[in-house]
Design a protein around this ligand. Sequence first.
Ligand SMILES: Nc1ncnc2c1ncn2[C@@H]1O[C@H](COP(=O)(O)OP(=O)(O)OP(=O)(O)O)[C@@H](O)[C@H]1O
Ligand SMILES: [Mg+2]
Length: 352
Amino acid sequence: MSEYMVEMQHIDKVFRTRHVLQLDEETRRRRWYKVNEVHAAADICFGIKSGEIFGLLGPNGAGKTTAVKMISGLVRPDRGMVLVDGLDVERKRRQILRKVGVVLEGTRTSMWPLTPYENLMYYGNLKNVRGSVLKGRAHDLLDFIGLKEKKNTEVRKLSRGQKQKLAICIALIADPNVLLLDEPTTGLDVQSSRAIKDKIIELTRQHGRSVLVTTHDMHVAQELCDRIGIINKGHLVTCQPTSDLLDLFSDQVFSFKVSSLPDSAEFSDIPGVLAATTEQSADGPVLVVKVAPDEALRSEALYGVTERLRGLGCRMVSVNQRQQNLESVFLQITGEPLQDAGEKDSSGTDAA
Ligand SMILES: Nc1ncnc2c1ncn2[C@@H]1O[C@H](COP(=O)(O)OP(=O)(O)OP(=O)(O)O)[C@@H](O)[C@H]1O
Ligand SMILES: [Mg+2]
């Protein structure tokens, strides 16, 4: 038996979209079409254990939603196998559906003419949850997520955040072993995202469920996830425990807020300084210094920088260890900035 509740094994997925040009009036042929090919998954491998929160991070178009859809059986991979609780998602779809709860970004899961409570009754019945168990669970879920007062209001009259909360309740109504959340806290207020994060933690720590969260937000990932996979253009560029990922870089970048902007070249020869740049931030000039990971060298570098600043007559206003975010971690791992995954064009095929 595998140690993983969810497992993606060497998954490939290419989306092809064909653009047929208008019918040519003279030749009566549709001459050209363009084929857009997007690699949404390229040999993706990862696993999620019971009781674990796994975060999938990446820029727009990286392939996060596609991964979620493949685990829930909504998109079929071209190659590789997805396993949930040891079952092949492609062959055991019905069984999988009962084990997996999913919230997809921006989709209309709930039925708008019905109330949240009626929605939960409907989806509970679909998933074979009935009677007092269903009613009790529906009330509990609406309570915890803060929709108690809205449980008899038609969904179409709810705000976007309230609809998102209901979508999460729907995903939880059958008490699934695996919960897949695509951007769960985007667009929610602080209190609501706190409630959802707490629920996710309770589900995993106390009830041993497995959770996959996709996000652009490093803070959400940092706070919630035990392990993080960073995905870009369909490639999983790294996959490791959150603390390791942050430790990789966290001690290495310092920002010195100063009275006037020095020339960054003045700092590059200091032992232990790997790079120095200057920035004009909203509240004044900042010198950003990247230092060596080794503790002794790092200390040398920090002494060196402060002395050099004094020598240059720059007053120091404050010194901070720069918080790592997705952007900088991503940049340092891949060597390229976080950007939209490019779409590869292969055009010029004759489609008569
Ligand atoms: N049904 C589809 N048909 C064609 N292309 C698709 C389809 N679904 C996704 N894609 C393409 O696959 C790539 C990955 O899309 P996906 O939705 O997985 O990205 P994402 O990481 O979730 O991005 P975002 O952060 O914007 O939600 C994109 O380039 C997208 O255009
Ligand atoms: Mg997405």
